[in-house]
Ligand binder design. Sequence first.
Ligand code: GDP
Length: 403
Amino acid sequence: MDIALIGVGQAGGRLVDSFLDVDDWLVDDPIVGACAIDTSRAYLEDLSAVPETQRQLIGTDRAKGHGVGADNELAATIAKDERTTILNAIDSLSIGESDAILTVAGLGGGTGSGATPTIAEALRETYDIPVYGLGILPHTAESLIRTLNAARSLRSFRHSTDHVFLFDNDAWIETAPDEEIYQDVNELLATAIGTLFGVLDRVQTDRLGESDRTATEYIETVLSSNELSSIGFAGETIQQSDDHGGLLTRLWPSSGKQDDPTPPERSDHIEEVICEAASPPYTVPVEAPEETDTGLIMVAPESYVSETPLTPQSLSMIDRLDPTHIHLSEPPTSGDADGIAALCILTSDSFDRVTQLTEQAIDLQEDPSQIDYQDIDQAPDIVNAPETDGTESNGQDDLQPLF
Ligand code: GDP
């Protein structure tokens, strides 16, 4: 599935940079166009892979090119007011060649948190292709304003997209995050999500047989479900990182450097990689995987698959996974021909982490004095004047929507 990528705010822009920097996709490169949108000139200038012509500064009247701090409400307003500018910038990408649009942002900040749901909504109204979200949840070492912003943003983001993939900084970064750590996790995440889109429309329906629904049905259901997904990923083209072992694993050196593995070895490799992807860590912790709608997609060279007696039963060691939900992707037509990857997609209406984030945000909304945020001028109104900010409860609970 070919995607156009829209990164909003600093994290969004950096993630787009990371997607564009991946040069050894196991699958066909899924990205046909990319841009970064920000209220901060400096953040846009810091990007490296996003072409300068595809960096769009917004909100210069009110943010003066310096960003909006943590004021995600201001960012949402700016994005609404500058809808035409934003859509023009996005229209210059190859949207006509894209099967979907992926909007990407850190949800706990200001620009990405506020502007991304607004932009996603405008994209859905403008284009006839699905609009997905990739949202980053904040680290607990960050200010509590990030928790409140992320919870409100996620609420709006879900409503304005077809499906949201989540990544939890708190689960992947041990200490307070810094630039270097961000770069590492961004690389992992870009590889996993890019591979996911690369294989999605190449999934074969009956290689493993016995599924109660076809792979296509599964994917269509998941992606249009308006739910949330956490991803488990294992692949062999990226070096395993000591800091974050588990998401990406190098299973065996590429052929040419070593004799081709025998079919039984191949079979073991495939089982290992599937098991790795189906096991934690996932991009967001999932306490009860059996309560999620889980699917697993695997991609491997034809020679490996045809010589491997892969059946649902042979994969029964994966207790978290219903083997009938395992789907096989067509072998890659480009990239590393000896590569293998597996993706586990755990889909749910909510994860424990999201429920906790939302509960904490409601608590903060009721008592904003808990938020020790220095730059109060650059915080949303809800923090300064919770009773008078004009938004209304959505009736499901007390979390006030962003717009
Ligand atoms: P914005 O520019 O106002 O949208 O805010 P940022 O994108 O700088 O930050 C929003 C949130 O995203 C932060 O609270 C962090 O949790 C997260 N974040 C910022 N930069 C990165 C990054 O490069 N990678 C990841 N994974 N998370 C980031």
